[in-house]
Design a binder for this molecule. Structure first.
Ligand code: GTP
Ligand code: MG
Length: 350
């Protein structure tokens, strides 16, 4: 099972500060890293052609291979049965497929960090303490509903001390729409009694110019973390805008979904591996009645719905309030709450 930081420190001989200058990426070094670093290409007999076939079949990682039989893998990847058998054995030995006891499981849960939204009501909706690491939280709603404001608030709040609802970490903000506002960040930070300049410095912002660039930036996040940056939240605002713009033709829906699917899979993997929270935004049509009648109105439709651990629908409420509704959470009731967006960012009062 993926464990974060600790195993990597062991395998990494150099100190984080040493590797900052040139992240050594020789193949031999890569092989030495722990199983969570292993890719399909590390399996014996599995070349680029086979990988392409596997990915087309929705298999992106060692777990996907480890659970197959030799015949099935052979057929899917276009490999001989003997080669397939060896690849499966390798995948299984690279992974820890055993059980863990309840105590280990509980300890793992304790590793989770929580990041307050800034509103007690909203945090309660999400189970009590805000968004959590090792999970994707998706906010969807129409323009101006508050998705970006929540993102900016989380980028600040992630830096707060744990007792104040933060995760004492840094934030990554992947901005696809050019809506990141440094001045707004400073304002929110100041309202929380934090040093605005420091808060801004601890948010690593990247503008993603198209969907490929957006996807590529996830690898960069991995590099930042390996270089010692204590990142606890990755915000992607918006998750879907580029995909929607680039795959707008009628025949392109399947391609878009496949690309989004893979991207979300990688986001989930990143969240698990590095113990960080992922917050993504997703704009939808203004008419909520229509939305619920036809869930595919949400860009990414069912696929985004599956990968997200928490889905929140945000809309404008009465008298300048906002309403957040939790949708389809595996272990929380589908409730809703009222919150506000003020100079303090997301909060409980006007
Ligand atoms: P799209 O990105 O267009 O889909 O919308 P969004 O859901 O990201 O909306 P966003 O989070 O940008 O919300 C915009 C709203 O937040 C505005 O209409 C304001 O009501 C509120 N808002 C934005 N900035 C401030 C601010 O500095 N102070 C206050 N009090 N409210 C703000
Ligand atoms: Mg926005």
């Amino acid at each position: 099972m993926p464990k974060e930081e600790k195993p990597k420190e062991k395998t990494k001989k150099t100190k984080p500060s040493d590797s900052e200058e040139k992240p050594k990426k020789t193949p031999s070094k890569k092989k030495k890293e722990k199983s969570e670093e292993m890719k399909l290409s590390d399996l014996p007999g599995v070349g680029p052609a086979a990988i392409e076939k596997l990915e087309a079949a929705g298999i992106f990682d060692l777990m996907g291979v480890a659970v197959l039989g030799p015949k099935e893998l052979g057929e899917t990847a276009g490999l001989g049965e003997a080669v397939a058998r060896k690849a499966i054995q390798a995948a299984r030995s690279m992974m820890d497929l055993g059980f863990q006891d309840g105590l280990e499981f509980a300890e793992k849960r304790e590793e989770i960090f929580y990041i307050t939204t800034g509103s007690k009501e909203f945090d309660t909706l999400l189970g009590g303490r805000g968004i959590e690491t090792k999970a994707i939280t998706e906010a969807f709603g129409s323009f101006g509903s508050g998705k970006t404001q929540l993102g900016l608030s989380l980028a600040v709040n992630a830096q707060l001390p744990i007792e104040n609802g933060g995760a004492e970490g840094k934030s990554v903000y992947i901005d696809t729409e050019g809506t990141f506002r440094p001045d707004r960040v400073k304002q929110i930070a100041e309202a929380k009694g934090a040093n605005p300049e420091n808060v801004l410095k601890n948010i690593l912002v990247a503008r993603a110019f198209n969907s490929d660039h957006q996807i590529l930036l996830i690898d960069k996040v991995g590099e930042l973390i390996k270089n010692g940056e204590p990142i606890r939240v990755v915000i992607i605002d918006s998750l879907t805008a580029h995909f929607r713009a680039e795959f707008s033709g009628r025949g392109q829906l399947a391609d878009r979904q496949q690309k989004l699917n893979k991207y979300l899979h990688n986001l989930m993997k990143m969240a698990e591996q590095f113990n960080l929270a992922v917050y993504v935004t997703n704009q939808v049509m203004a008419n909520p009645a229509m939305m619920f009648g036809d869930p595919t109105t949400a860009i990414g439709g069912h696929i985004v719905g599956h990968a997200s651990t928490f889905r929140i629908y945000i809309r404008r409420g009465k008298k300048g309030s906002r309403v957040a509704k939790l949708i389809d959470s595996p272990n929380l009731p589908d409730n809703e709450c009222v919150f506000y967006v003020t100079d303090k960012g997301v909060c409980d009062d006007e």
